[in-house]
Design a protein around this ligand. Structure first.
Ligand code: HEM
Ligand SMILES: *[C@@H]1O[C@H](CO)[C@@H](O)[C@H](O)[C@H]1NC(C)=O
Ligand SMILES: *[C@@H]1O[C@H](CO)[C@@H](O)[C@H](O)[C@H]1NC(C)=O
Ligand SMILES: *[C@@H]1O[C@H](CO)[C@@H](O)[C@H](O)[C@H]1NC(C)=O
Ligand SMILES: *[C@@H]1O[C@H](CO)[C@@H](O)[C@H](O)[C@H]1NC(C)=O
Length: 533
């Protein structure tokens, strides 16, 4: 074949590929897409995701989106196929509208098996949610004898004695690193609820292992970018022998997974043998029990079940995947919220006094009697307005899971605000920014618990304050653990401030990182506990 013939053959192909690319990468997104009507955060956003990817990679997505919304309004185009939204009406459309999660979440599959959190499709998600959500409902949490017994062990046998020993002369100058300690408290609470106390963690007392674990966790965190944001590139690079996620990160993930698998397997075995799993005691593995019995029921649906290939064919892995997510979701977020709340309280003895006065109105109060506090009455605890306000304000101002939560618009298209949005568009809101609406939360950077108590407590404006709160997200994919954490945070704060005052020793690096789950930059906060006379 002559050269002329070859070019006659290839040229039309080249032209076709070139024009197709021109169409798909330029003309379609920049001229024909209905998204052209949406204000662009940057001139390049209609043809390239590079601008938003860069902000994400650099850990300044929140600030970047904040500025974009301030200038351009509540709905902004941040990429050829991506929107950011920042008002509660649009949030309602997307999150209460049951839009599916974006593929972004699939990196949260554990052991290669999806859990409730990582399930992308609604159908798979509801099957998993049905199985486990009742044990996290408010009415279950506030009457669970198992949880009450677990709380008693965690607070009375672990936390209170530890705080007591921290007040000895030799300990005082250093204070306690409460970021590490509160992550431990959170882990002990959630793992006890999942596995039963005797099979759960004792991170409060086992400081060495806790710090090792936290180090693994922290290390793993920063390295999700390529797998999450550029999955195709990651796969191609991997194929060519370049691993964009370093091997040691993968090794760290494996160590954490196998740690959880052991706890989970031991619990499944104990339930099968009916050994040390007595209902309504501290050893009751409430969550694993619920999951196993849910899987058992799901079996009746056979291969028709949307979770057949996972929950039914691989039950051990599926249980472990689900509970691994609960312990991970529960420990850092809760630890961070308690850290920031204690940071604020430690700056003001007046605030502590105000809180304590309310706490001591509990009957019985939580002040130590022979070294123990009563942990039983969750209804009274739940009804303390100042405690509630302080926790809400902390989760508002320092949203521990504050980053954008990507969803996907349904096909063929939908309306968000005044815009028509084609199906398959990535769209997200973030608690960091939803919580900074000055019309609802004036002076939003200020931590001010009275927003939740103000004189208008009963009128409209108070309703707005509640309605705009998005610390646990909203709709069908809102936080599964919100009642659980409200309960364990209230109990922990009440136990501490009924009996101690706290003072800052070292708060260097307390500023929160800009990440999907933000934490103090230093991962630490040193506080000194002083026993009340
Ligand atoms: C202060 C503590 C916590 C905060 C601020 C928090 C916040 C959130 C937020 C914002 C979401 C939505 C995330 C998204 O869609 O991208 C979420 C989902 C979730 N959270 Fe939490 N969470 C906390 C504690 C917990 C605990 C203790 C558990 C334990 C069970 C938990 C389990 C979950 C699960 C399973 C989901 C996924 C729900 C679904 O996809 O249907 N969280 N959480
Ligand atoms: C707390 O309750 C105990 C009895 O349960 C009581 O003796 C004590 O005086 C109470 N403390 C305060 C400050 O009310
Ligand atoms: C538990 O929560 C439910 C639902 O909010 C409420 O109706 C009930 O009164 C609460 N019970 C207790 C004992 O706190
Ligand atoms: C705990 O605090 C209460 C009042 O806040 C006090 O009466 C009690 O003595 C304290 N107990 C201990 C052991 O510090
Ligand atoms: C989010 O952005 C706002 C506005 O720039 C800033 O005040 C806030 O500290 C940021 N929060 C985080 C966690 O990055």
């Amino acid at each position: 074949m002559s050269a002329i013939n070859a070019s006659e053959l290839y040229l039309p192909g080249i032209i076709a590929i070139f024009s197709a690319s021109l169409y798909y990468f330029l003309i379609q997104p920049a001229i024909l897409s209905p998204l052209v009507k949406v204000p662009k955060a940057h001139w390049s956003c209609s043809i390239s995701p590079a601008w938003i990817l860069r902000a994400r990679f650099d850990g300044r997505e929140n600030r970047t989106l904040y500025e974009a919304h301030k200038q351009l309004g509540p709905i902004v185009r941040v990429g050829p196929n991506e929107l950011s939204i920042n008002n509660i009406e649009a949030v309602k459309t997307v999150y209460q509208g049951g839009f599916d999660k974006h593929q972004w979440y699939s990196v949260f599959d554990n052991f290669g098996v999806p859990c409730m959190f990582s399930s992308v499709q609604g159908k798979h998600h509801s099957a998993r949610k049905r199985i486990v959500s009742h044990v996290y409902s408010k009415s279950y949490i506030n009457t669970s004898a198992s949880l009450a017994a677990q709380s008693d062990v965690i607070l009375n046998s672990r936390l209170m004695p530890l705080l007591d020993s921290s007040t000895s002369e030799s300990q005082i100058p250093h204070g306690l690193d409460v970021h590490s300690l509160f992550c431990a408290v959170a882990m002990d609470f959630i793992s006890a609820y999942c596995f039963g106390i005797r099979r759960s963690t004792n991170f409060i007392q086992n400081k060495a292992y806790r710090e090792h674990w936290l180090k693994l966790y922290t290390t793993r965190k920063g390295y999700g970018f390529f797998a999450q944001e550029l999955p195709l590139l990651s796969k191609v690079a991997n194929y060519l022998g370049v691993n964009l996620t370093p091997d040691w990160v993968t090794a760290t993930n494996r160590e954490l997974e196998s740690w959880c698998k052991k706890l989970s397997d031991a619990t499944v075995t104990a339930l099968q043998k009916a050994e040390n799993v007595t209902p309504n005691t501290a050893d009751d593995p409430v969550v694993v029990r619920a999951i196993l019995s849910g899987f058992e029921k799901e079996k009746a649906n056979g291969p028709e079940s949307p979770i057949y290939s996972t929950a039914i064919l691989q039950p051990e892995l599926s249980v472990a995947s689900e509970v691994f997510d609960h312990v991970l979701a529960g420990q850092e977020t809760t630890g961070v919220a308690l850290t920031y709340l204690s940071h604020h309280l430690s700056q003001s003895l007046d605030l502590q006094r105000l809180l304590r006065t309310e706490l001591l109105s509990l009957k019985p109060n939580l002040s130590l009697q022979q070294g123990k506090i009563a942990t039983s009455d969750s209804k009274q605890l739940d009804n303390l307005p100042i405690l509630h306000a302080m926790i809400m304000e902390t989760v508002r101002r320092y949203a521990p899971a504050g980053g954008p939560e990507p969803r996907v618009t349904p096909s063929p298209s939908c309306n968000i605000g005044p815009y028509e949005v084609p199906g398959g568009t990535r769209v997200s809101a973030s608690a960091y920014n939803i919580h900074r609406d000055e019309n609802i939360y004036p002076d939003p950077e200020k931590w001010d618990h009275t927003r939740w108590l103000s004189a208008e407590a009963v009128d409209r404006s108070r309703k707005h304050v509640d309605k705009q709160f998005w610390g646990f997200s909203s709709g069908g994919r809102m936080c599964l653990g919100s009642n659980f954490v409200m309960h364990d945070m209230k109990l922990t704060i009440a136990a501490i401030y009924s009996n101690y005052t706290t003072h800052i020793v070292n708060d260097e690096g307390i500023e929160q990182t800009d990440a999907y789950t933000g934490h103090p930059k230093s991962n630490s906060l040193y506080i000194r506990f002083e026993k009340l006379a």
